[in-house]
Design a protein around this ligand. Structure first.
Ligand code: ADP
Length: 425
């Protein structure tokens, strides 16, 4: 069966955010890392291709996005989605506008919306102005972002600077009228020569109305919030029937391990509480720097303990210890050495039968995913907000099944490492 929704996200965590939203709304979803070369996955409703195109040059971002679109088209996707940040992170040159325009051209369509609103995360749009909580975008912390400072909260103006087409507005007086009124506004804007509309949204009810009004648009662009309303369109057309089991990943087997390279406050506590119940091995960066084979030592240690329950292997240290190590080894060298070692340990653990693995730390997760040769993730149920269980899709299809939870440093409650196992469905 054809894939219903083909999505292109401009960064990895944004892709995961969108994939999680689609799963919650009942769509079986996988996230692929970069543009795939091979055949597509079977039995999914939505595919999210996560790029790293938010801060590339405009040309690179457009090229990569078009490649992703071509591949998604080969999967017969019925509708396409371009996902960017809910704070519309971009420079005056792009990349949101140029990528959206290039995708429209490639899809032979001349109208789309741009709606980064995500009310659940306090991003709302009123009269075209984006608010972050109670503040205008331009008065929020985003004005000081190191790569994409947002100095203007008027999204019509911001997008207009990035595109050649005309940008209009579907404001709240229209949105509150529901999907029929919104669709009429889209038609009127098109008649007047507009190719984009910023759309106001203050609540999830608005997102559902806007989603319904987008049922026949070949391309939708927005944050992850706007994805909330799209699955219902496919359901109404009789194309989506899988809502109850969208987050089921199949049987989980194998041994259990936690690898932690995060030194964030939440992870410190999670490590402390897991150590109280489970065997734990502390990876010493100075031993690594001395050339000791720490990976082998950790794997030999794990082999002795893992049969009787989850083990923890962690580099996580208190801030003063981390500072001490960074002073001795250099920040970048210490980080890269620890990431490499933890990635090597992850590879060894999976080879020796680990089938359920939690990794703590954004950079650490990136290193582990790369070392394991993972090309995609089937998204399952949430353990904590923003952290779902996933099932790894490997470049090499002979690898045994692996359930993976990739936890950003500050995510998850104190008992995350002890309780996450209960959430595998
Ligand atoms: P988070 O999501 O908490 O930011 P990351 O994995 O993204 O976690 O970043 C943590 C960084 O700190 C990684 O590069 C990791 O290798 C490094 N690191 C972990 N433990 C130590 C340590 N004890 N000393 C120095 N660096 C460390």
């Amino acid at each position: 069966m054809a894939v219903l929704l083909g999505c292109i996200a401009d960064d990895f965590t944004g892709g995961a955010d969108l994939a999680g939203m689609l799963v919650k709304a009942g769509m079986k979803t996988i996230q692929l890392i970069g543009v795939p070369t091979g055949l597509g996955p079977k039995d999914v409703d939505a595919i999210v291709i996560a790029l790293k195109s938010r801060t590339n040059s405009v040309t690179e971002a457009v090229d990569e996005s078009l490649k992703a679109l071509e591949w998604l088209k080969s999967q017969d996707c019925q509708q396409f989605y371009f996902k960017y940040c809910s704070t519309f992170d971009s420079t005056s040159a792009g990349n949101i506008g140029p990528v959206a325009e290039a995708l429209m051209k490639a899809l032979n369509t001349n109208f789309t919306i741009a709606c980064p609103a995500f009310p659940a995360n306090k991003r709302s749009i009123y009269k075209g102005h984006l608010f972050v909580g109670d503040e205008l975008l331009s008065e929020s912390g985003m004005r000081n972002h190191p790569l994409t400072p947002m100095m203007d909260s008027n999204l019509v103006r911001v997008l207009q600077k990035q595109v050649t087409a005309k940008v209009g507005l579907t404001d709240y007086s229209v949105v509150k009228g529901g999907s029929g009124v919104i669709q009429k506004r889209f038609a009127d804007l098109q008649k007047d020569g507009y190719q984009f509309s910023i759309v106001d949204a203050l609540s999830d009810i608005d997102l559902h109305s806007i989603g319904a009004a987008c049922a026949d648009l070949p391309l939708v662009t927005g944050g992850s919030g706007i994805a909330l309303g799209l699955p219902e369109n496919f359901r109404k057309k009789g194309l989506l029937k899988t809502s109850a089991d969208a987050d089921k990943l199949g049987d989980a087997g194998g041994l259990r391990a936690v690898i932690s390279g995060s030194c964030s406050v939440a992870t410190q506590e999670q490590v402390r509480l897991m150590k109280a119940h489970s065997p734990a091995y502390h990876l010493d960066p100075l031993a690594l720097a001395d050339g000791k084979n720490v990976v082998r030592e950790a794997l030999e240690w794990a082999a002795q303990h893992i049969a009787s329950g989850p083990v923890l292997i962690y580099a996580t240290s208190a801030p003063e210890e981390v500072r001490n190590i960074q002073e001795r080894l250099g920040i970048d060298k210490a980080g890269a050495m620890v990431e490499d070692a933890l990635a090597g340990i992850a590879r060894g653990l999976v080879r020796s039968g680990v089938g359920q693995l939690i990794v703590a730390g954004g950079e650490t997760s990136g290193a582990v995913v790369k070392a394991l040769g993972i090309s995609g993730l089937r998204i399952g149920s949430e353990i904590a907000p923003g952290v779902p269980w996933t099932k790894a899709i490997f470049e090499d299809s002979t690898v045994q099944p692996l359930m993976l939870a990739l936890k950003s440093g500050n995510f998850g409650g104190p008992q995350f490492f002890n309780e996450a196992w209960d959430y595998i469905k």
